[in-house]
Design a protein around this ligand. Structure first.
Ligand code: ADP
Ligand SMILES: N[C@@H](CCOP(=O)(O)O)C(=O)O
Length: 320
């Protein structure tokens, strides 16, 4: 495999995973984007970041997008080169809006744009690699495809079955992820309530129990099926379709304010959930201005976000 294009641009959407009952399965892409430009060079890797994470993300070879470009090149046997990365980020980090999946997908897509046989890093391969990196497929699928997505892992692959980045580096094949787009009503908009402080996904996964009561699993099975209908336009089902007993109750331990906001919004009849692993709260629909303002007074950054229906896009670096 050769590097044939030395300058690419990738745009990736934020995502909200789970949507209540669909833990590690549902994802929804949102109209909030990171844009990265990557150039192959003969010199040492340099990174320049503006927007979200500019003050906090590691630079140079430790930058997540750079690491993902390298993983993509390595996966297809392309040579490693110096990289000049310029990133403009709108997706806040550690808030449950899929920033890490977006960064990994951006890097893998950039690698696709640089190589002589881009089909070696098609969407399915990128989803498998990003899932191995993340440990769950829901954000990556929606970031790649846009809209709403439903993903599943093969029998036997779970938290401990997903091949991680270290195993990938050692040559282990990633798990093959199942994915399908889900119909989303044309008029669906979301409202997100973003808090000032992050909670790492790793932390919000560490409080989940190894097993749940059978009754709770049955409760969620019905809600996850209802969620398909609610996303497709049955907004009358949205409140019931976003109820969850598999992850949100346990995450209250590390996300107390977020769970309080979810309960308060749901008491007003709004289909509110923890977005991904939190701490952002997402409502599947609009929120009356009085309630938005009340939340804003409590320190939440409330934003109406449409659904991104395009997913990750790859182009020449000089396009906007
Ligand atoms: N665009 C990015 N560039 C570099 N690093 C990133 C980027 N987005 C996310 N990260 C890394 O991923 C971390 C957040 O990942 P995670 O805890 O999974 O939260 P999120 O819900 O935002 O995906 C950040 O603290 C940062 O280290
Ligand atoms: N299904 C995952 C989703 C994590 O999403 P993120 O945006 O918080 O990284 C989980 O619930 O842990």
């Amino acid at each position: 495999m050769r590097i044939v294009t030395d300058s690419v641009r990738v745009r990736v959407p934020a995502t909200s995973a789970n949507l209540g009952p669909g833990f590690d399965a549902f994802g929804l892409a949102l109209e909030l984007h990171d844009v990265v430009r990557v150039r192959a060079t003969a010199s040492a890797t340099r990174t320049h970041v503006t927007g979200e994470g500019a003050e906090t993300v590691p630079d140079g070879e430790d930058h997540l997008v750079v690491r993902a470009v390298r993983a993509g090149l390595e996966h297809v046997g392309a040579p490693q080169v110096g990289l000049e990365l310029s990133a403009h980020n709108q997706i806040p980090h550690g808030r449950g809006l899929g920033s890490s999946a977006a960064a990994v997908v951006a890097g893998l897509m950039a690698a696709r744009g640089m190589i002589s046989e881009p089909e070696a890093l098609d969407d399915a391969v990128i989803l498998d690699l990003a899932t191995a990196w993340e440990g769950h497929p829901d954000n990556a699928a929606a970031t790649i495809l846009g809209g709403a997505t439903l993903t599943w892992l093969p029998q036997g692959a779970g938290d401990h079955g997903v091949v991680g980045p270290q195993d990938l580096a050692a040559g282990a094949p990633p798990v093959r992820v199942g994915v399908t787009p889900v119909a989303v009503a044309a008029d669906l908009v979301t409202t997100v309530f973003i808090p000032a402080h992050p909670v790492a996904t790793r932390v919000a996964r560490s409080v989940l129990p190894p097993a749940v009561p059978h009754a709770d699993a049955a409760f969620n099975a019905a809600r996850a099926a209802l969620l398909l209908l609610a996303l497709g336009g049955r907004s009358d089902l949205a409140l019931e379709a976003t109820a969850d007993r598999l992850h949100q109750p346990y995450r209250g331990e590390v996300l107390p304010e977020s769970m309080e906001l979810v309960h308060w919004l749901r008491e007003q009849g709004l289909p509110a959930v923890i977005s991904g692993a939190g701490p952002t709260v997402l409502v599947l629909g609009t929120v009356p201005p009085t309630l938005r303002r009340a939340a804003e007074r409590g320190g939440w950054d409330a934003r109406a976000l449409g659904v991104d229906r395009v997913g990750a896009t790859l182009g020449q670096a000089d396009t906007r």
